[in-house]
Design a protein around this ligand. Structure first.
Ligand SMILES: CC(C)(COP(=O)(O)OP(=O)(O)OC[C@H]1O[C@@H](n2cnc3c(N)ncnc32)[C@H](O)[C@@H]1OP(=O)(O)O)[C@@H](O)C(=O)NCCC(=O)NCCS
Length: 238
């Protein structure tokens, strides 16, 4: 009986995930995704560096339409900015696994290109379920040094916050950051991210040795709605 009930609950959860706003968002074409969730202001595809006055273009696209060169540029930027953090973490740096993850069909990239069309930075995001909650997961945000400290990181993360706010029921923007990436942690703290309740905790081994996780899960909550049994309910109508 208990087994039957568990199967029913699992089937219901699966059904509601299939018909959820997350599934709807993931079914959108890139143009629809931009129109319905990013809802950008005119001119959003241009960005000028406040100090160098160099112009950059921004664009949102799915992994299957990323050119080989753009994909490689994104991979190289991750390796350049964060390769050491991966190598010194318990998970290690595994290029083939990272490339596979970077091609996950539900990911969307926002690429930052210079005037020659070369990728100089990017973020990638995915509407998904984490611990049964609808969230927008930020997979990556990486800028080459010429763009760091320019306000662009915050500009890109604001796009993610807007997208999360516009996908009904989405509770938060979530991400993972290595503890060794102190600059990244300060950046996220500055833009309102805090440690998520699902972030891994210290483990105390027999003998008292404390094992600290080498990454932290951070999140920033969205403002408004909750999905209850497939129906939208406003948490706060004011
Ligand atoms: C992390 C990263 C995306 C941040 O983007 P950025 O353009 O450098 O950051 P911004 O200039 O937008 O900074 C936004 C705010 O955070 C603050 N900030 C950024 N880095 C900071 C740091 N190391 N210490 C304290 N504050 C920091 C800025 O002062 C700014 O504050 P303000 O809004 O009051 O002016 C970028 O530096 C980067 O690509 N780093 C290497 C890759 C990386 O670590 N990615 C994260 C992987 S988890």
């Amino acid at each position: 009986m208990a087994e039957e009930q568990t199967t029913k609950v699992a089937a219901k959860a699966k059904k509601s995930q299939k018909t959820s706003p997350i599934a709807t968002a993931n079914d959108r074409t890139d143009d629809e995704f931009i129109r319905d969730y990013l809802k950008p202001s005119e001119g959003w595809t241009s960005w000028t560096h406040p100090l160098t006055k160099q112009n950059y273009t921004l664009g949102l696209l799915s992994p299957h339409v990323l050119s080989k060169d753009d994909f490689k540029a994104c991979f190289d930027i991750i390796e350049f900015t964060s390769g050491e953090d991966y190598k010194s973490a318990s998970t290690g740096w595994h290029p083939a696994m990272k490339k596979k993850e970077m091609k996950s069909p539900d990911l969307r990239y926002i690429l930052v290109k210079d005037e020659s069309g070369t990728v100089k930075g990017f973020t990638s995001l995915m509407p998904t379920f984490e611990n049964h909650e609808p969230v927008l997961y930020c997979y990556e945000v990486h800028l080459l040094p010429e763009l760091q400290g320019s306000g662009l990181g915050k500009h890109l993360m604001n796009f993610l916050i807007t997208i999360a706010e516009n996908i009904p029921s989405t509770k938060k923007v979530m991400l993972t950051c290595f503890i060794s990436n102190t600059n990244g942690l300060r950046f996220y703290e500055k833009i309102g991210f805090t440690k998520d309740g699902f972030s891994p905790r210290d483990r105390v081994l027999r003998g008292g040795k404390i094992v600290r996780p080498d990454y932290v899960i951070l999140s920033r909550e969205t403002a408004h709605v909750e999905l209850v049994d497939g129906e939208m309910e406003l948490e706060d109508e004011n």
